[in-house]
Each structure stands twice: as C-alpha cells, then as structure tokens.
Ligand binder design. Structure first.
Ligand SMILES: [Zn+2]
Length: 431
C-alpha cells in the first residue's frame, strides 16, 4: 500500500527541525518512505490525498492515561484526592465488568482518534479487553495491568501480567506492546517491587508506575523509608537497566531530577489532572533543562475530564509560564515536542515514533487550517498549540492505515461505541 500526501504543509518534529511550507510525504505500508519540499515524485500510488490548506504532523502520544475511566467522566469532581478515590472512584470501579472496560476503552479511543492521538500509554485492569479494543480500532498502545502490592489481588496481578505479556506483546502488527504496571511506591512495598523487577527482567518488559503525584505521598514515603519517592525507587534498583515510565513526578528535589536524567527514566507530565486534583506543579522546565525528555499525558478522564492532547499542550505551556512568571518558558515548539517526539522517547520508541522521518512508523495527523480560529497564519506552531481545537484534526493515519478521514472513523462504528458507553454508564449508577 502506497499513500501519497501531496501539496501539504509539514511539521516533521525531526532533529533538523525543518518546517516544510508546501511538500509531500510518501507512506509505504506501515512506514514513512520519504518526504520533501516541492513536487512529489512520479509513481503509482494506491491513494493520493491533497493537503491544500492543511498541515501534517506526527500523531500525539498520550504518555499516561487510564482509558476506560472515560466511563467515570463527570461522576465525581471537585473533591480531595483520597476522598475522591475512596468514596467515589474505587467503589464504582469495583462494579466494572470486562465488557464495560471494553466499551469504556473504545469510548476513549474515539475521543483520542478525533483529537489526534495515535498512541496511548495505559494502566488499568481487564487488559485483555483493552488490548482487544486497540487491535480492532487500529490504535497503537503500550498497556500495563495495574498491580497493587498489598491485599489478596497482589499475587494474581503478577500471574495475570505474565499471561498478558505472553499473549499480547507485539500483537496487532506490533501496535500493541505490554509493560508491567506496579501502581505506585505507596501501594507497592519494596518486596513486591522486587518481584516486579524480576518479572521485568525475565520477560524483558518495561515498567509504568505513578511516582510522587502528591505531597502526602512524598512525605509518607520519606517517613516510611527515609527516602523521597524517586530516591527510594532508585535505591531498590527499579531504574537500573530497564525502561521505566514514571507518571506525574510532581514532587521532586534537585537530586531526584538528576536521578531521573541519569537513568533516562521517561516522565509523563499530566498538567490538567495535577491542577484539577490540586496535586501540585511538576518542575517541568527544570526537568527539560536537565535533559529529561518530559512527555505529556491526560491521565484518566475522571480527573481531566477529557483525552484531548491539544488542550494538554496548551495547559502545560500556560501553567509553567505563570508558575515561573516568565512567558518565554515552554514555548509552542517545546509543548508540541512534549506531545510527540518526547512521548516516543519516554516510551523507548524514539527511533520509530514521534517524528516524521524516513524509516519511522507512519503515525500522523492532518489538521485543517480553514476555521476562523486558525486565521491568520503568521506562525503555524503558535496556531496549533494555542488556537487549535480537536475538531481541526481532519484525518488520522496509524501504522500506514487511514483510521479517520474527514472526521469519519474508518475502522469501527463510532455511533455504536457511543450508544454502548451511554448504556454502560446508566447501568453502573443504577439508572
Ligand atoms: Zn494515573
């Protein structure tokens, strides 16, 4: 299959940072074959897409989420974290069946595709259903079964993770990969993390973990182990020789920023979730300055309350500007880099995703430049980061396949998903 995108502006996010005002990009099967400025090469193509008044850029990488939590969107808001979790979220989650998780994930996938996300890094449960949704929808995902190291489920989480990795690693033409998902240092004691590390080495699987999300966690871990969360995990050897993605990293000291950089730990910044739950402000400018490829995530839709990476980019830029009282902090290009290239690097996929370069996987989005809020066009980057809306995402290509064209999802029936999700939510709250 050869697809030619012609007559289009391109933001490749490549190392050379070469913006193409009018050019072409050729996809061959799942990969980018070539791109350039000016006229496209002659040849035989299965599809030619005219990109007049549109821009092509890498698909967004949502580096930390819990997709099926879309079912809990707007169910509980404006509460303190522990009260929110213990009285609202956990009791409702306990009612979720595998089928519910499937439809909740599909709902998230509709929202993600329609707002330009092509890869998501997920931690949840019933991950067979999540993998099934990813396989069917044409999305790309890194999945982890959430593991809590205390209580009766802890043993099962280990066995279940082993099975899932055996079954799904590299499936759906390589669009699915699996990691281990120890929930957080405060829910996974050292002995349990020890076992997770053994399994990670045995199965050659990376790790996805929440770290230093709240001030309370920071202080509790310090009290319990005499070390702050990142230092605590380092002393256990968690970062040694394996790919780790740490979500949040809100509360860090300087030494810990050094540790994250030293071990090339991926960091997923979730500004909207951190603001909504009043968790704090992650030292993102400091992390970026020290060389950490900080990525962006939405977190679950119950603490955001959407999966829109365009909004996440804008929020991250604004948050760090006002926090440092410096408008030059986190400029548009850097925010876009966090949502694309850094997302790939943070997941150990920096050589295949997050940029438009020959040899990279063909994951990309085409955005419309026709609406009023995108005019005039002095600075396309500023328009994308500060003005664009999800509805400007016109078409989405993942692994060389057109998953959405002219806002119409091609791989499954969107209306069925919306109906099933509504029905599931009604049943969950007994209405
Ligand atoms: Zn989370």
């Amino acid at each position: 299959m050869r697809i030619l995108l012609d007559n289009i502006s391109i933001i490749p996010m490549s190392e050379s940072n070469s913006f193409i005002e009018k050019g072409y990009l050729l996809i061959e099967d799942a990969f980018i074959k070539e791109l350039g400025t000016g006229k496209a090469p002659e040849g035989v193509f299965d599809r030619i897409i005219d990109g007049e008044n549109q821009v092509l850029l890498p698909g967004f990488i949502n580096a930390h989420t819990h997709a099926a939590m879309t079912l809990l969107r707007g169910y509980a808001d404006d509460l303190p974290l522990m009260e929110w979790l213990e009285n609202k979220i956990w009791p409702l989650e306990a009612k979720l069946t595998p089928e519910d998780i499937y439809w909740g994930t599909m709902l998230a996938i509709v929202e993600m595709i329609k707002s330009g996300t092509t890869t998501f890094n997920d931690m949840y449960f019933c991950m067979d259903e999540v993998a099934r949704a990813v396989a069917l929808s044409g999305m790309r995902a890194v999945l982890a079964r959430g593991m809590v190291g205390v209580g009766p489920e802890s043993e099962q989480a280990i066995e279940n993770s082993r099975e899932l990795i055996g079954k799904w690693q590299g499936q759906a033409d390589g669009r699915i990969s699996f990691r281990l998902g120890p929930h957080a240092p405060y829910t996974c004691p050292p002995a349990y993390l020890e076992r997770v590390m053994q399994l990670s080495d045995e199965l050659q699987a990376g790790i996805h973990i929440h770290v230093a999300e709240t001030r309370v966690e920071y202080e509790d871990i310090l009290k319990q182990y005499g070390k702050t969360p990142v230092s605590h995990l380092e002393s256990l050897g968690l970062f040694q020789g394996r790919q780790v993605l740490a979500a949040h990293c809100v509360h860090l000291n300087e030494e810990e920023i050094g540790i994250l950089h030293q071990y090339q730990v991926g960091v997923a910044h979730n500004p909207e979730s951190n603001m909504k739950l009043a968790s704090g402000i992650a030292p993102v400018p400091r992390m970026l300055e020290s060389g950490i490829a900080v990525a962006l995530g939405t977190d679950g839709a119950s603490s955001n309350n959407n999966m829109d990476m365009l909004q996440e980019m804008r929020s991250s830029a604004f948050l760090h500007k006002v926090n440092t009282m410096n408008p030059t902090v986190l400029p548009a290009y850097q925010a876009l880099e966090m949502a694309t290239a850094n997302g790939a690097i943070s997941l150990g996929m920096g050589n295949e995703l997050g940029r438009l370069e020959p040899g990279y996987r063909a994951d990309m989005i085409i955005m419309n430049l026709k609406e009023a809020h995108m005019i005039p066009r002095y600075d396309l980057l500023a328009n994308i980061v500060y003005s664009a809306q999800a509805s400007d995402v016109n078409s989405v290509i993942i692994d060389g396949k057109i998953v959405m064209e002219n806002r119409e999802i091609k791989t499954f029936d969107e209306q069925e998903v919306l109906a099933k999700a509504r029905e599931t939510a009604r049943r969950l709250v007994g209405k």
